[in-house]
Ligand binder design. Structure first.
Ligand SMILES: *[C@@H]1O[C@H](CO)[C@@H](O)[C@H](O)[C@H]1NC(C)=O
Ligand SMILES: *[C@@H]1O[C@H](CO)[C@@H](O)[C@H](O)[C@H]1NC(C)=O
Ligand SMILES: *[C@@H]1O[C@H](CO)[C@@H](O)[C@H](O)[C@H]1NC(C)=O
Ligand SMILES: *[C@@H]1O[C@H](CO)[C@@H](O)[C@H](O)[C@H]1NC(C)=O
Length: 320
């Protein structure tokens, strides 16, 4: 699997571990990074909001999803069936759109198999990330993780939570991603909360528009770095496959819907993100705005992202 595929599909944790053996090239990814490069393409936003899909109806919803990895993805009464059957497979579906804060609910069953990782990843163009990761060799645990602005410094960002029978039983993995606080829920129970200020004073808090990717990959591939294989629970034996993950339903609420998002500057801070709304319904073809520090929407030209605010949840943006 090439680095380009890896950076597209895999959670940042994999990259952290890979970085230990200088796979650093994968970190930057193939996409334009708006905090390093100007002129990156706009991010198309989810406007059909809230969005829901029931893959068990055999729906693939091509308008919203693209299959982005090698391996088989089919849609049956069991849901989106993502099958990893050989080396190089990393069956993954990605949304075509981005959300800017909000709620993501995934009802799924993880893939079994030593070294096989099932992932639900919200990821942005500048390396913000919110993850669920399920290790095939452990049927009773889910890992949570987050990254900000591509900072892959090893630290205790990861969390582990007990969940019974993640492979045999469908569970509800919900991320509630808001300005100020991020919460991970399993089956309606909070398993982890991250306050914005606790992520390096907000600097590394995930806060830029994100796409959702769901898929599996072989962290235990024998060609991976030893640290990655160890984290994945051991070397994958492909002859024990195929390894299948089932995604039944996905619901997404975009907190700040817009036709598109762009980075107003290179800070990567949430109040620099420019929301563009094409709203033919009210006769306004194009309106621009940003999310202000109090969480309300403002007009870009009338709002200064370095201005002060009394909001208690504005710790991310003390970048002046
Ligand atoms: C990256 O994150 C670590 C903590 O995980 C923090 O100590 C460091 O300051 C961060 N670096 C940047 C550039 O944000
Ligand atoms: C999944 O969990 C979330 C968070 O608790 C909850 O709001 C939602 O209703 C749950 N969905 C289903 C289908 O049970
Ligand atoms: C267009 O946008 C402006 C400013 O948000 C608003 O006042 C107006 O009602 C909208 N609709 C039309 C038809 O102009
Ligand atoms: C925003 O505020 C900063 C600091 O007060 C100022 O330098 C900058 O010109 C302002 N930008 C806009 C667009 O008003």
């Amino acid at each position: 699997m090439g680095n380009d595929t890896l950076s597209l599909l895999l959670p940042r944790l994999f990259l952290v571990l890979s970085a230990l053996v200088a796979l650093a090239a994968a970190q930057s990814g193939t996409d334009c990074n708006p905090i390093k490069t100007s002129g990156c393409p706009l991010d198309i936003g989810l406007t059909n909001n809230p969005y829901g899909v029931d893959f068990t109806k055999g729906t693939m919803d091509q308008a919203s999803w693209t299959s982005v990895g090698a391996g088989s993805v089919i849609y049956t009464s069991q849901g989106a069936v993502l099958t990893l059957s050989k080396k190089g497979d990393a069956p993954t579906i990605s949304t075509n759109w981005y959300i800017f804060f909000g709620r993501v609910e995934v009802l799924m069953r993880a893939a079994p198999g030593t070294g096989i990782i099932s992932s639900v990843v919200l990821g942005s163009d500048d390396g913000d990330e919110i993850d669920w990761e399920l290790i095939g060799g452990n049927n009773d645990e889910v890992q949570t993780n987050y990254f900000g602005k591509g900072n892959v410094t090893l630290y205790n960002r990861g969390g582990n939570s007990a969940v019974h029978d993640v492979q045999g039983t469908r569970h509800n993995y919900t991320i509630d991603w808001q300005i100020g606080q991020l919460t991970w829920y399993v089956d309606g129970k909070t398993v982890r909360t991250l306050k914005e200020e606790d992520a390096v004073g907000g600097l590394n808090y995930p806060q830029t528009p994100m796409k959702l990717r769901i898929g599996s990959w072989a962290g235990g591939d024998p060609d991976n770095a030893p640290g990655t294989i160890a984290w994945a629970g051991g070397v994958t034996d492909y002859t024990k496959g195929p390894f299948t993950m089932y995604v039944e339903r996905v619901s997404v609420t975009n907190r700040y819907p817009a036709a598109s998002y762009s980075y107003g500057d290179m800070s990567g801070n949430w109040d620099s993100i420019v929301l563009k709304k094409d709203d033919a319904a009210d006769g306004n073809q194009s309106k621009e705005g940003i999310v202000k520090k109090d969480g309300s929407r403002g007009v870009a030209s009338a709002t200064n992202s370095t201005s002060s605010s009394s909001s208690s949840s504005s710790s991310s943006s003390s970048s002046s």
